[in-house]
Ligand binder design. Sequence first.
Ligand SMILES: NC(=O)C1=CN([C@@H]2O[C@H](COP(=O)(O)OP(=O)(O)OC[C@H]3O[C@@H](n4cnc5c(N)ncnc54)[C@H](O)[C@@H]3O)[C@@H](O)[C@H]2O)C=CC1
Ligand SMILES: O=C(O)C(=O)COP(=O)(O)O
Length: 319
Amino acid sequence: MKKKVLVTATNYSRLCAGAKALLEKEGFEVIENTFGRPMTFEELKDKVGDVYGVVAGVDTWNEDVFKLAPNLKVIGRFGIGVDNIDLEAAKKYGIKVMNARAINSDSVAECTVGLILAVLRNLVNLDKSTRAGKWERYVGYTIRGKKIGLVGFGAIAQYTAKILGAFETEIFAYDVYPNHAAAKKLGVTMTDLDTIIKQSDIITLHVPCTPETTKLFSKKEFEMMKASAVIINVARGPVIDENALYDALKTHKIAGAGIDVYEVEPAAAANPLFELDNVVCLPHSAAETYETYEAVGMATAQAILDVMNGRDPINWLNK
Ligand SMILES: NC(=O)C1=CN([C@@H]2O[C@H](COP(=O)(O)OP(=O)(O)OC[C@H]3O[C@@H](n4cnc5c(N)ncnc54)[C@H](O)[C@@H]3O)[C@@H](O)[C@H]2O)C=CC1
Ligand SMILES: O=C(O)C(=O)COP(=O)(O)O
């Protein structure tokens, strides 16, 4: 009987045809998520009994699921954040978990800069207004000369710094494990979080979602920021207290925001942030380019093949 791979990331056949073909060539049967959204426990429960590998989207992978998956040996996270996977429980069940770190960083970094431009230059408001035949002027701000504060200085932040270097900005970064060599190479000054919050014109978030980073930006932090500052969240929704962000934007304690991720996803149409015109909102799509899908698909497929062949997968997170 063929070994099975369950893919819960959506749109796999369409966007990762090469990866799917590779798995099939190596003898796997590939079962795909047909729901078009993350799968629930009830849906996973019926599928995981005989799977060997998983290409995981953002569904929850915890002991309740692992208990039902005696043949599961490897989870390839179709992305970077692993806040949806209990790494320790996976280890207990002998399941190797890898992620696509440094494989989708360019797309996320490009989108970060896109959000900065969209917010500073009012691109979305200008588009709406132009289409409405109003021919209005919204005066914006240049990126050049601004102080940028990167919170978290891993793969995505470093790529963001590389791109922003071309805008002649002053870039600061904060990280619990500061990478001084990368900072030096990219002309970035490592500093503390308070300095970033108080001095930055543009703050971009690039930390994983952990107990330490949950609500890292809340009422107090928004009050410390410059009234002219903007914040971009392409990390994880819970890193920002969304109610506090809404209040800060509504009362102009800060000038604007670019938001790709939300405390609750999919974000409901009634999310209060959507009423405000000083925020640009995306549906968790910062990583989504054709090139990235292809590369992440191949990396996760390769990880499954590596485990099958007794080799360590790249980016093995729960050794
Ligand atoms: N919006 C989207 O579609 C995407 C979002 N992400 C999110 O971005 C995050 C970062 O991705 P990468 O840069 O590739 O990860 P990375 O692992 O290369 O970098 C994360 C950095 O955050 C630092 N960090 C961890 N806890 C911290 C804390 N409490 N305070 C300060 N720094 C801390 C780490 O030391 C590390 O240098 C991911 O964990 C994921 O949640 C990633 C890809 C796509
Ligand atoms: O790589 C990540 O962590 C991401 O957030 C990518 O998003 P997705 O896996 O496409 O929901």
